[in-house]
Design a protein around this ligand. Sequence first.
Ligand code: KG4
Ligand code: ZN
Length: 358
Amino acid sequence: MKKDLIFLGIETSCDETAASIVKKTKDGKINILSNIVSSQERVHKKFGGVVPELAARAHSEKIDFIISKAIKKSGVPLKNIDGIAATAGPGLLICLMIGMTAGKTIASSLSKPFYGVNHLEGHALTMGLFKPLRFPYLLLLISGGHSEFLSVEGIGKYKRLGTTIDDALGEAFDKTAKILGIKFPGGPKIETFAKKGNKNSFKLPRPILFKSGCNLSFAGLKTAVLLASKKVKTKQDKYNLAASFQNTVNEILKVKCKKAIQIFQERHKNIIHKNFIISGGVASNQSIRKNIKKISKELNFNSHFPPIHLCTDNAAMIALTGILNYEARKKSNLNMVSQPRWPLDEKAPFMKGAGLVL
Ligand code: KG4
Ligand code: ZN
Protein backbone atom coordinates (compact mmCIF):
# COMPACT_ATOMS: atom_id res chain seq x y z
CA MET A 1 0.00 0.00 0.00
CA LYS A 2 1.27 3.47 -0.88
CA LYS A 3 2.00 5.87 1.96
CA ASP A 4 3.05 9.48 2.38
CA LEU A 5 6.81 9.98 2.10
CA ILE A 6 8.70 12.69 3.97
CA PHE A 7 12.36 13.37 3.19
CA LEU A 8 14.99 15.70 4.60
CA GLY A 9 17.21 17.18 1.86
CA ILE A 10 20.65 18.70 2.50
CA GLU A 11 22.66 20.80 0.05
CA THR A 12 26.26 21.97 0.60
CA SER A 13 27.94 21.49 -2.81
CA CYS A 14 29.14 25.08 -3.20
CA ASP A 15 28.33 28.31 -1.38
CA GLU A 16 24.79 27.70 -0.13
CA THR A 17 24.03 25.80 3.07
CA ALA A 18 20.50 24.49 2.61
CA ALA A 19 18.04 22.07 4.17
CA SER A 20 14.45 21.25 3.32
CA ILE A 21 11.63 18.92 4.24
CA VAL A 22 9.54 17.70 1.32
CA LYS A 23 6.46 15.50 1.52
CA LYS A 24 4.98 13.41 -1.26
CA THR A 25 1.48 12.31 -0.35
CA LYS A 26 0.22 8.87 -1.28
CA ASP A 27 -1.87 10.41 -4.06
CA GLY A 28 1.26 12.01 -5.57
CA LYS A 29 0.99 15.62 -4.34
CA ILE A 30 4.22 17.35 -3.39
CA ASN A 31 4.43 19.77 -0.46
CA ILE A 32 7.54 21.74 0.37
CA LEU A 33 7.14 21.88 4.15
CA SER A 34 10.27 23.96 4.68
CA ASN A 35 13.07 25.28 2.49
CA ILE A 36 15.93 27.04 4.27
CA VAL A 37 18.82 28.49 2.27
CA SER A 38 21.74 30.33 3.83
CA SER A 39 23.93 32.06 1.27
CA GLN A 40 27.65 32.66 1.89
CA GLU A 41 27.66 35.77 -0.29
CA ARG A 42 29.22 37.89 2.50
CA VAL A 43 31.99 35.34 3.13
CA HIS A 44 33.25 35.34 -0.46
CA LYS A 45 32.48 38.90 -1.57
CA LYS A 46 35.88 40.38 -0.82
CA PHE A 47 37.66 37.57 -2.73
CA GLY A 48 35.58 37.98 -5.89
CA GLY A 49 34.69 34.26 -6.01
CA VAL A 50 34.07 31.16 -3.90
CA VAL A 51 37.05 30.20 -1.69
CA PRO A 52 36.64 26.44 -1.00
CA GLU A 53 38.27 26.46 2.45
CA LEU A 54 36.09 29.36 3.63
CA ALA A 55 33.00 27.78 2.08
CA ALA A 56 33.64 24.54 3.98
CA ARG A 57 34.19 26.43 7.22
CA ALA A 58 30.93 28.36 6.78
CA HIS A 59 29.02 25.13 5.99
CA SER A 60 30.37 23.42 9.09
CA GLU A 61 29.42 26.40 11.27
CA LYS A 62 25.87 26.59 9.90
CA ILE A 63 24.81 23.09 8.95
CA ASP A 64 23.36 21.94 12.31
CA PHE A 65 21.40 25.16 12.73
CA ILE A 66 20.03 25.10 9.16
CA ILE A 67 18.92 21.47 9.42
CA SER A 68 17.25 22.07 12.82
CA LYS A 69 15.52 25.15 11.41
CA ALA A 70 14.18 23.19 8.42
CA ILE A 71 12.87 20.41 10.65
CA LYS A 72 11.32 22.83 13.13
CA LYS A 73 9.65 24.93 10.42
CA SER A 74 8.17 21.83 8.75
CA GLY A 75 6.40 20.83 11.96
CA VAL A 76 7.35 17.20 11.29
CA PRO A 77 8.75 15.25 14.27
CA LEU A 78 12.18 13.81 13.41
CA LYS A 79 10.93 10.26 13.90
CA ASN A 80 8.37 10.76 11.10
CA ILE A 81 11.02 11.46 8.46
CA ASP A 82 11.21 8.51 6.06
CA GLY A 83 14.60 9.20 4.50
CA ILE A 84 17.51 11.60 4.16
CA ALA A 85 19.11 12.83 0.94
CA ALA A 86 22.29 14.91 0.73
CA THR A 87 24.15 16.20 -2.30
CA ALA A 88 27.05 13.81 -2.98
CA GLY A 89 28.38 15.65 -6.04
CA PRO A 90 29.40 17.30 -8.24
CA GLY A 91 30.85 20.16 -6.25
CA LEU A 92 33.66 21.11 -3.89
CA LEU A 93 34.87 17.98 -2.09
CA ILE A 94 35.25 19.43 1.41
CA CYS A 95 31.87 21.17 1.13
CA LEU A 96 30.10 18.02 -0.07
CA MET A 97 31.59 16.02 2.80
CA ILE A 98 29.97 18.30 5.38
CA GLY A 99 26.41 17.81 4.08
CA MET A 100 27.00 14.09 3.47
CA THR A 101 28.35 13.52 6.98
CA ALA A 102 25.43 15.37 8.56
CA GLY A 103 22.94 13.40 6.45
CA LYS A 104 24.55 10.04 7.13
CA THR A 105 24.68 10.73 10.86
CA ILE A 106 20.98 11.58 11.04
CA ALA A 107 20.07 8.61 8.83
CA SER A 108 22.04 6.11 10.88
CA SER A 109 20.82 7.44 14.20
CA LEU A 110 17.19 7.15 13.02
CA SER A 111 17.80 3.90 11.08
CA LYS A 112 16.35 5.51 7.95
CA PRO A 113 17.55 5.19 4.34
CA PHE A 114 20.22 7.63 3.13
CA TYR A 115 20.66 8.79 -0.45
CA GLY A 116 23.76 10.59 -1.72
CA VAL A 117 22.22 12.37 -4.71
CA ASN A 118 23.55 14.11 -7.78
CA HIS A 119 23.16 17.89 -7.54
CA LEU A 120 22.53 18.07 -11.30
CA GLU A 121 19.77 15.48 -10.95
CA GLY A 122 18.27 17.83 -8.36
CA HIS A 123 18.20 20.65 -10.94
CA ALA A 124 16.90 18.22 -13.58
CA LEU A 125 13.93 17.16 -11.41
CA THR A 126 13.10 20.49 -9.70
CA MET A 127 9.94 21.00 -11.79
CA GLY A 128 8.62 17.81 -10.16
CA LEU A 129 8.03 19.90 -7.03
CA PHE A 130 5.17 21.59 -8.92
CA LYS A 131 3.93 19.25 -11.65
CA PRO A 132 4.10 15.49 -12.16
CA LEU A 133 7.12 14.80 -14.39
CA ARG A 134 6.32 13.15 -17.68
CA PHE A 135 9.30 11.35 -19.24
CA PRO A 136 10.97 11.87 -21.62
CA TYR A 137 11.50 15.63 -21.60
CA LEU A 138 14.14 17.95 -22.93
CA LEU A 139 16.20 19.71 -20.27
CA LEU A 140 18.45 22.73 -20.51
CA LEU A 141 20.53 22.96 -17.34
CA ILE A 142 22.26 26.33 -17.08
CA SER A 143 24.13 27.00 -13.85
CA GLY A 144 27.41 28.33 -12.54
CA GLY A 145 29.28 25.10 -13.25
CA HIS A 146 27.27 23.41 -16.01
CA SER A 147 25.50 24.13 -19.27
CA GLU A 148 24.00 21.16 -21.03
CA PHE A 149 21.03 19.85 -22.98
CA LEU A 150 19.79 16.46 -21.78
CA SER A 151 17.07 14.06 -22.71
CA VAL A 152 15.59 13.05 -19.35
CA GLU A 153 14.18 9.57 -19.83
CA GLY A 154 13.46 8.46 -16.26
CA ILE A 155 14.98 8.63 -12.79
CA GLY A 156 18.69 7.98 -13.31
CA LYS A 157 18.25 7.88 -17.11
CA TYR A 158 19.91 10.83 -18.77
CA LYS A 159 21.21 11.19 -22.30
CA ARG A 160 23.35 14.24 -22.92
CA LEU A 161 22.52 15.87 -26.26
CA GLY A 162 24.94 18.79 -26.02
CA THR A 163 27.18 20.55 -23.53
CA THR A 164 29.48 23.50 -23.19
CA ILE A 165 32.93 22.78 -24.54
CA ASP A 166 34.51 25.39 -22.27
CA ASP A 167 32.83 27.73 -19.75
CA ALA A 168 29.40 27.36 -18.18
CA LEU A 169 26.87 30.08 -18.96
CA GLY A 170 26.67 31.20 -15.31
CA GLU A 171 30.45 31.55 -15.33
CA ALA A 172 30.23 33.82 -18.39
CA PHE A 173 27.63 35.97 -16.57
CA ASP A 174 29.81 36.10 -13.44
CA LYS A 175 32.99 36.98 -15.39
CA THR A 176 31.19 39.67 -17.38
CA ALA A 177 29.98 41.15 -14.11
CA LYS A 178 33.51 41.11 -12.72
CA ILE A 179 34.86 42.85 -15.83
CA LEU A 180 32.19 45.52 -15.40
CA GLY A 181 33.25 46.02 -11.78
CA ILE A 182 30.14 44.45 -10.27
CA LYS A 183 30.89 42.76 -6.94
CA PHE A 184 30.56 38.94 -6.53
CA PRO A 185 28.11 37.32 -7.12
CA GLY A 186 27.52 39.62 -10.08
CA GLY A 187 25.73 37.30 -12.57
CA PRO A 188 22.20 38.27 -11.55
CA LYS A 189 23.09 41.99 -11.67
CA ILE A 190 23.93 41.78 -15.38
CA GLU A 191 20.20 41.44 -15.93
CA THR A 192 19.55 44.73 -14.09
CA PHE A 193 22.35 46.51 -16.00
CA ALA A 194 21.09 45.10 -19.32
CA LYS A 195 17.63 46.64 -18.79
CA LYS A 196 19.20 50.12 -18.94
CA GLY A 197 21.46 49.48 -21.95
CA ASN A 198 21.33 49.33 -25.73
CA LYS A 199 21.75 45.72 -26.84
CA ASN A 200 23.11 46.72 -30.25
CA SER A 201 26.03 48.82 -28.96
CA PHE A 202 28.69 46.09 -29.05
CA LYS A 203 29.08 43.37 -31.67
CA LEU A 204 30.13 40.20 -29.83
CA PRO A 205 30.99 36.72 -31.20
CA ARG A 206 28.70 33.70 -31.09
CA PRO A 207 31.17 30.77 -31.06
CA ILE A 208 30.22 27.49 -32.84
CA LEU A 209 26.74 28.92 -33.52
CA PHE A 210 26.00 26.74 -36.56
CA LYS A 211 28.57 24.04 -35.73
CA SER A 212 28.74 21.05 -33.42
CA GLY A 213 24.99 20.38 -32.97
CA CYS A 214 23.64 21.78 -29.73
CA ASN A 215 27.02 22.00 -28.03
CA LEU A 216 27.75 25.41 -26.55
CA SER A 217 30.81 27.63 -26.12
CA PHE A 218 31.10 30.79 -24.04
CA ALA A 219 34.85 31.29 -23.49
CA GLY A 220 35.31 33.37 -26.67
CA LEU A 221 32.35 35.55 -25.74
CA LYS A 222 33.87 36.20 -22.33
CA THR A 223 37.20 37.21 -23.89
CA ALA A 224 35.38 39.50 -26.33
CA VAL A 225 33.64 41.19 -23.38
CA LEU A 226 37.05 41.75 -21.79
CA LEU A 227 38.37 43.35 -24.99
CA ALA A 228 35.24 45.46 -25.45
CA SER A 229 35.50 46.66 -21.85
CA LYS A 230 38.60 48.68 -22.82
CA LYS A 231 36.19 51.02 -24.64
CA VAL A 232 33.92 51.37 -21.63
CA LYS A 233 34.17 54.87 -20.18
CA THR A 234 30.81 55.76 -18.68
CA LYS A 235 28.16 54.02 -16.60
CA GLN A 236 25.95 53.98 -19.70
CA ASP A 237 28.73 52.13 -21.61
CA LYS A 238 28.61 49.48 -18.87
CA TYR A 239 24.86 49.11 -19.27
CA ASN A 240 25.31 48.87 -23.05
CA LEU A 241 27.97 46.14 -22.77
CA ALA A 242 25.81 44.17 -20.30
CA ALA A 243 22.84 44.47 -22.68
CA SER A 244 24.94 43.41 -25.69
CA PHE A 245 26.34 40.43 -23.76
CA GLN A 246 22.89 39.26 -22.64
CA ASN A 247 21.49 39.75 -26.12
CA THR A 248 24.32 37.67 -27.63
CA VAL A 249 23.62 34.91 -25.10
CA ASN A 250 19.97 34.99 -26.15
CA GLU A 251 20.93 34.78 -29.83
CA ILE A 252 23.13 31.75 -29.09
CA LEU A 253 20.41 30.07 -27.02
CA LYS A 254 17.84 30.72 -29.74
CA VAL A 255 19.81 28.72 -32.31
CA LYS A 256 21.02 26.05 -29.88
CA CYS A 257 17.60 25.43 -28.26
CA LYS A 258 16.08 24.95 -31.72
CA LYS A 259 18.83 22.48 -32.57
CA ALA A 260 18.38 20.64 -29.25
CA ILE A 261 14.61 20.37 -29.84
CA GLN A 262 15.32 18.93 -33.28
CA ILE A 263 17.81 16.37 -31.89
CA PHE A 264 15.39 15.49 -29.06
CA GLN A 265 12.57 14.91 -31.54
CA GLU A 266 14.76 12.71 -33.73
CA ARG A 267 15.49 10.62 -30.64
CA HIS A 268 11.82 10.46 -29.60
CA LYS A 269 9.85 10.21 -32.83
CA ASN A 270 6.06 10.60 -32.51
CA ILE A 271 6.35 11.99 -29.01
CA ILE A 272 3.01 13.46 -27.88
CA HIS A 273 3.92 15.42 -24.75
CA LYS A 274 6.56 17.89 -25.86
CA ASN A 275 8.03 19.37 -22.71
CA PHE A 276 11.14 21.52 -22.38
CA ILE A 277 12.32 22.20 -18.81
CA ILE A 278 14.90 24.89 -18.14
CA SER A 279 16.63 24.89 -14.75
CA GLY A 280 19.73 26.00 -12.84
CA GLY A 281 20.66 29.48 -11.60
CA VAL A 282 20.77 31.16 -15.03
CA ALA A 283 17.18 30.01 -15.68
CA SER A 284 16.11 32.75 -13.27
CA ASN A 285 17.08 35.38 -15.85
CA GLN A 286 13.84 36.96 -17.12
CA SER A 287 15.06 37.79 -20.61
CA ILE A 288 16.37 34.23 -21.10
CA ARG A 289 13.05 32.86 -19.86
CA LYS A 290 11.14 35.06 -22.31
CA ASN A 291 13.42 34.10 -25.21
CA ILE A 292 13.15 30.35 -24.58
CA LYS A 293 9.38 30.54 -24.04
CA LYS A 294 9.06 32.09 -27.50
CA ILE A 295 11.31 29.54 -29.24
CA SER A 296 9.49 26.64 -27.55
CA LYS A 297 6.11 27.98 -28.58
CA GLU A 298 7.23 28.31 -32.21
CA LEU A 299 8.27 24.65 -32.19
CA ASN A 300 5.16 23.44 -30.32
CA PHE A 301 7.01 22.64 -27.12
CA ASN A 302 5.72 23.57 -23.65
CA SER A 303 8.44 25.34 -21.73
CA HIS A 304 8.58 25.06 -17.93
CA PHE A 305 10.69 27.07 -15.50
CA PRO A 306 10.88 26.51 -11.74
CA PRO A 307 10.08 29.59 -9.63
CA ILE A 308 13.13 31.83 -9.40
CA HIS A 309 14.13 30.90 -5.83
CA LEU A 310 14.23 27.22 -6.84
CA CYS A 311 16.31 27.77 -10.01
CA THR A 312 19.33 28.55 -7.83
CA ASP A 313 20.75 26.03 -5.35
CA ASN A 314 18.33 24.72 -2.74
CA ALA A 315 17.66 21.55 -0.77
CA ALA A 316 14.00 21.04 -1.77
CA MET A 317 15.23 19.69 -5.12
CA ILE A 318 17.61 17.38 -3.24
CA ALA A 319 14.84 16.07 -0.94
CA LEU A 320 12.60 15.42 -3.97
CA THR A 321 15.45 13.63 -5.78
CA GLY A 322 15.84 11.44 -2.68
CA ILE A 323 12.11 10.61 -2.70
CA LEU A 324 12.12 9.79 -6.42
CA ASN A 325 15.23 7.61 -6.06
CA TYR A 326 13.61 5.80 -3.12
CA GLU A 327 10.43 5.22 -5.14
CA ALA A 328 12.50 4.00 -8.10
CA ARG A 329 13.92 1.43 -5.65
CA LYS A 330 17.46 2.71 -6.01
CA LYS A 331 19.60 1.32 -3.21
CA SER A 332 20.13 3.41 -0.11
CA ASN A 333 23.85 4.02 0.18
CA LEU A 334 25.24 4.88 3.60
CA ASN A 335 28.74 3.95 2.41
CA MET A 336 28.68 6.35 -0.53
CA VAL A 337 31.52 8.86 -0.72
CA SER A 338 31.39 12.40 -2.15
CA GLN A 339 31.98 12.65 -5.89
CA PRO A 340 33.39 16.06 -6.94
CA ARG A 341 32.98 15.11 -10.62
CA TRP A 342 29.74 13.31 -11.41
CA PRO A 343 28.17 13.83 -14.86
CA LEU A 344 24.49 12.97 -15.26
CA ASP A 345 25.18 11.00 -18.43
CA GLU A 346 28.21 8.96 -17.41
CA LYS A 347 28.60 7.52 -20.90
CA ALA A 348 28.89 10.90 -22.63
CA PRO A 349 32.45 11.76 -23.75
CA PHE A 350 34.42 14.41 -21.86
CA MET A 351 34.18 17.51 -24.04
CA LYS A 352 36.71 19.93 -22.63
CA GLY A 353 40.43 20.40 -23.22
CA ALA A 354 42.04 17.26 -24.64
CA GLY A 355 38.66 15.52 -24.85
CA LEU A 356 37.23 18.16 -27.15
CA VAL A 357 35.37 16.71 -30.12
CA LEU A 358 33.83 19.21 -32.53
O1 KG4 B 1 22.36 26.69 -9.92
P1 KG4 B 1 23.22 27.69 -9.23
O2 KG4 B 1 22.63 28.40 -8.04
O3 KG4 B 1 24.56 27.07 -8.74
C1 KG4 B 1 25.27 26.12 -9.47
O4 KG4 B 1 24.88 24.93 -9.38
O5 KG4 B 1 26.21 26.54 -10.16
O6 KG4 B 1 23.67 28.76 -10.33
C2 KG4 B 1 24.45 29.87 -10.01
C3 KG4 B 1 24.73 30.64 -11.27
C4 KG4 B 1 25.73 31.76 -11.04
O7 KG4 B 1 26.72 31.71 -12.06
C5 KG4 B 1 24.87 33.00 -11.18
O8 KG4 B 1 25.57 34.12 -11.67
C6 KG4 B 1 23.82 32.56 -12.17
O9 KG4 B 1 23.53 31.24 -11.77
N1 KG4 B 1 22.61 33.39 -12.09
C7 KG4 B 1 22.19 34.21 -13.09
C8 KG4 B 1 21.03 34.87 -12.62
N2 KG4 B 1 20.79 34.42 -11.35
C9 KG4 B 1 21.77 33.52 -11.04
N3 KG4 B 1 22.69 34.43 -14.32
C10 KG4 B 1 22.03 35.30 -15.11
N4 KG4 B 1 20.94 35.97 -14.72
C11 KG4 B 1 20.39 35.79 -13.49
N5 KG4 B 1 19.30 36.46 -13.12
ZN1 ZN C 1 23.29 24.21 -8.81
